[in-house]
Ligand binder design. Sequence first.
Ligand code: FAD
Length: 434
Amino acid sequence: MAEKSFKYVIVGGGVAAGYAAREFAKQGVQPGELAIISKEAVAPYERPALSKGYLFPEGAARLPGFNVCVGSGGERLLLEWYKEKGIELILSTEIVKADLPANTLESAAGEKFKYQILIIATGSTVIKLTDFGVQGADAKNIFYLRDVVDADKLVEAIKAKKNGKAVIVGGGYIGLELGAALKINNLDVSMVYPEPWCMPRLFTAGIAAFYEGYYANKGIKIIKGTVAVGFTSNSNGEVKEVQLKDGRVLEADIVVVGVGGRPLTTLFKGQVEEEKGGIKTDAFFKTSVSNVYAVGDVATFPLKLFNELRRVEHVDHARKSAEQAVKAIKGIEKGETVEEYDYLPYFYSRSFDLSWQFYGDNVGDTVLFGDNDPQSQKAKFGTYWIKDGKVVGAFLEGGSAEENQAIAKVAKLQPKVEDLDALTKEGLSFAYKS
Ligand code: FAD
């Protein structure tokens, strides 16, 4: 089988790959120098749209409408753009073998790709209930959501099961966004998760109480403190019931599972240093192998602000880490210095007419401010995290662009606070004066 050779290869064709391609074009890349090899059949797109606009009953987002880089207000990179720039987009091609010492990748069809510099951008995969051997978890109409193929299957099921019952397994942001999306599509939605409140990795009890109240007002049933332990299906093999550990049984025409992800690093196991479940990089996203970079969900990188190694599974970091790696690669070639990555963690989610943003770190004491009554017409509230007498994280629901910028600034500047009661009273105005 023929071997293709490129100066730069990006393995993976998701968010990071798309933003890396744009940065390569900006920095200057010759036709034929860069290839993106992707398992997916479409050009890189803004993955967060899949659990939001893609599932709207009317006016739904469809490709190529949300190809990168529209999610950050940039130019939309269509297939023609890659062609014009001479960037080879090798789609529907799964890499199954990586030989880093030989600078070679091999696809499932046996094609070989050589590179001088490799960027690993394989992202994450979903954790499945079948991975834990949950009984009946392979029934039809049990869905996961990672790519556009998964999203299309879910859209079909939503149409086929009009006014049916949906059970969402998992109370993370994917579960919350999908719960809302299915409700908007007129399904009767129940959500099940084992924790005492939703999004426990980020939300405090006070934040979660708002969202749980809001969802309940929308008619979504929330069942906490238990897990799905089995599924029964009808004679067509379609899911019919979800059995819970506490003995309850829920009827279901559709089940959507959002119980977390796992970074896709297996191709490189034993060939590159790993840390905290990801591929270890420096502040330029260079791995322990000098011509190999790792960006996006798979990278464990030095987070300067908190002086520790972190892996971040969010879209903003996927974009920025990709740009940083390309700047670093090009900087070495041009003999220019590039600043170290100095990232302020940023994460957001949207569902119904709600929208929140979070910046910084969620450790230490917390204060809740503002109106978090789920019955309010225009609830707006937030939370600060305070560690060692400094604000280190900030969350805001319902903020304007300007207000969101203010909380981002607070999280970055980490101002001192002495009196938590005063901070509660000051609320958002504290962010403005910082
Ligand atoms: P990905 O975008 O996942 O891209 C990885 C690519 O690599 C994929 O195209 C994959 O098919 C390909 N690939 C993997 N293995 C191979 C292989 N062996 N050969 C070839 N190709 C391969 N983040 C937020 O901050 N806010 C949100 O609201 C939000 N919503 C989300 C909603 C959904 C439904 C999902 C799934 C994620 C969401 N995220 C959100 C997370 C965000 O999308 C990811 O952090 C981001 O996409 C990571 O970018 P990446 O390029 O590292 O990986």
